[in-house]
Design a protein. Sequence first.
Length: 338
Amino acid sequence: MDWKNTSVLVTGGASFIGSHLTDALIARGAKVRIVDDLSSGRLENIQEHLASGRVEFIQADLREPGITRAAMKDIQVVFHLAADHGGRGYVDLHQAGPASNLFLDGLVFWEARRAGVEKVVFASSGCVYPNFLQSDPDKEIYLTEDLVKPPYDADNMYGWAKLMAELTLRAYHREYGMKTASCRYFTVYGPRGVENHAVIAMIAKAFIGQNPFEVWGDGTQVRNWTYIDDIVRGTILAAEKIDDGTAVNLGTMERVRVIDAVQMVLEYTGHKAEILFRPDMPVGPLNRVADNSLAKKLLGWEPQVPFREGLKRTIDWYFATKDREQVRRILGRMLTER
Ligand SMILES: NC(=O)c1ccc[n+]([C@@H]2O[C@H](COP(=O)([O-])OP(=O)(O)OC[C@H]3O[C@@H](n4cnc5c(N)ncnc54)[C@H](O)[C@@H]3O)[C@@H](O)[C@H]2O)c1
């Protein structure tokens, strides 16, 4: 697909992932419009494009009357990333906010069809996978896409909304012929990430010298943290290659326990601290790792950044750009908010 002069809407384009996606689309020559209410996104993430005039930016809540309809005007491809979303603390402790994604997503898809948009690509999540498959940290399981089926058992209201959006997009393709694709992101990290997600939280704690160093749960939870550049590349490939609403995992198959990630952070930052486990805090599924063979087959996609390498890049960015006093001020709140 030739992106040159393609008109693209990125909802939530001022976010961590949305802004990196915007960088990549601009680099490919696309014309990008962003709609973001800045409820968790940050203007500084897209500042360069605003200054150069390469991005049209509309600060607005897509749920407000008329906003989504106006946003779709003359758009060929929509990347829908706007969401009421946070990290584990937020997703476990807030149901009402993420529930609004049900109508936000429904509205975006409805208006996209009405406007004759050619393709809608959706930022879905590993949170659509049944919780009951992810409860044993000692099992070596890899989640394949076909495991999302009845009995559905998504991860909090946030996961249910992602699942409903995927099913809606599949139905839109089947019944309305609209081209759609969903990408199931697995715990994304990298520069511009925020402290409500585990890896950035670990880095922030090392940055401010937290001691004892708090780790939620007992540290044996398994994750497959996936680097931002791999996520962006996979999302654009999905836009190019999937039309029928198929949902594809974008995640590495590298299994990393929380405690091992913490040790890597402490080692690389040189921070020495006693570990304090907090079993009273939200831990999420105990074992969540993607199988990425479908992405390999359909998109020719494979993650290229191993966790240790991506972590170093992320720590270097965080230490070079953050202010200790400010991080101390916001960290407590950010761990459970957005
Ligand atoms: N970060 C991850 O690990 C991860 C994993 C799975 C899926 N996702 C999904 O990827 C997308 C981007 O997430 P992220 O982590 O980069 O950051 P994020 O959660 O901050 O992104 C959401 C963006 O949407 C904007 N937004 C929210 N509600 C809006 C509304 N009603 N109208 C307009 N804008 C609105 C926010 O300001 C923000 O910029 C989200 O859909 C998220 O659910 C992220």
